[in-house]
Design a protein around this ligand. Structure first.
Ligand code: BDR
Ligand code: CA
Length: 311
């Protein structure tokens, strides 16, 4: 049986690879892609999501535009990582497939209302604004979500956009707080795991060696954003964050973590968006998230390359 998912995303090269991985995987039925403002402003994320669908030859996937700013704060973007377009690295044609008329939040709410309870998984790959807005507007849908598997946060790696916070949670901490406190079944891919899934020369060349437009684009995107992370961390490659979410749905055995309490810092300017993760169980706060800490990186890249070869 296929698993129904909604991908909520701010593409972003790593978001794009995550979308491609999902579209390449017959175990997953992508009900829709909902764009949110994040790495770049909403008009670009909504466009980029369609660029990626067309690259995969999947113009049948409905793409919706959602919230253009965080719940209460001005938008912070990450062009310094992803480039001006969000998908810098290769020039791809402007999409011909239309954006859906409905708002992304309405699509999320309506889908969860219509589908049987426990059959739709949400995969947020950007700030949690769309998901939190849907939960606030229609609280009855929270109990109908099968799982949320998201990329965001950090404990051991602490932060990437500030010394204390990971980008997706930092951009909209109030939205993250709503989701983390919602009681939904939650699996979190923090920097702690994505920083163990680094691109290497041979991994990037394996994408290129697929010899397909998809393989070529993924190698070009990876080449582009690698430069930023290599300069920043002095590492051999860059973390490919968002595809870890989709890989978890396909092969959870590649990952391990702990079911712990995770709270979001919303009040401090210094540590805004910090994910205060009780990894060591030093509080009696109730666990609310499976917080992933480790990955079989070779297995992850093997899965990714094998699946992208199908597109
Ligand atoms: C996250 O922020 C974005 O830049 C990436 O797409 C990823 O979702 C990593 O912190
Ligand atoms: Ca993202």
């Amino acid at each position: 049986m296929t698993r129904k998912i909604i991908i909520d995303t701010d593409p972003g090269q790593d978001d794009a690879v995550a979308i491609l991985l999902a579209l390449a995987s017959p175990e997953l039925e992508v009900l829709g892609i909902t764009a949110v403002a994040g790495n770049v402003p909403l008009p670009l994320t909504a466009k980029n999501a369609r660029v990626v669908c067309e690259l995969a030859d999947r113009v049948d996937i409905p793409v919706f535009a959602g919230c253009d700013a965080p719940l209460t704060r001005p938008l912070v973007t990450a062009e310094h990582v992803h480039g001006k377009t969000g998908l810098d690295g290769i020039d791809l044609p402007d999409p011909k497939m239309p954006l859906q008329d409905a708002h992304a939040v309405d699509f999320i709410v309506d889908t969860l209302r219509q589908e049987p309870a426990g059959t739709v998984t949400l995969c947020p790959l950007g700030p949690l604004t769309n998901i939190a807005t849907a939960f606030s507007r229609a609280p009855e849908i929270v109990g109908k979500v099968q799982d949320i598997v998201l990329m965001g946060g950090a404990y051991f790696q602490v932060g990437n956009i500030t010394p204390a916070a990971e980008f997706n949670i930092y951009v909209d901490p109030e939205a993250a707080e709503i989701v983390f406190k919602s009681g939904v079944s939650l699996t979190v891919k923090p920097l702690d795991v994505t920083h163990k899934a680094l691109t290497t020369r041979s991994r990037v060349e394996a994408f290129r060696a697929l010899g397909t437009p998809v393989g070529h684009a993924v190698a070009a995107w990876t080449d582009f954003f690698e430069r930023f992370d290599i300069a920043k961390y002095g590492s051999a490659g860059a973390p490919l964050h968002d595809p870890t979410v989709i890989a978890y749905l396909l092969k959870p055995e590649l990952f391990s973590g702990r079911y712990i309490n995770v709270e979001i810092e919303t009040r401090s300017d210094l540590t805004r968006g910090m994910t205060v993760a009780d990894w060591w169980g030093v509080t009696d706060r109730k666990p609310n998230a499976l917080f992933i800490g480790d990955v079989d990186a070779d297995g992850f890249y093997r899965l990714l390359t094998d699946r992208l070869a199908r597109l």
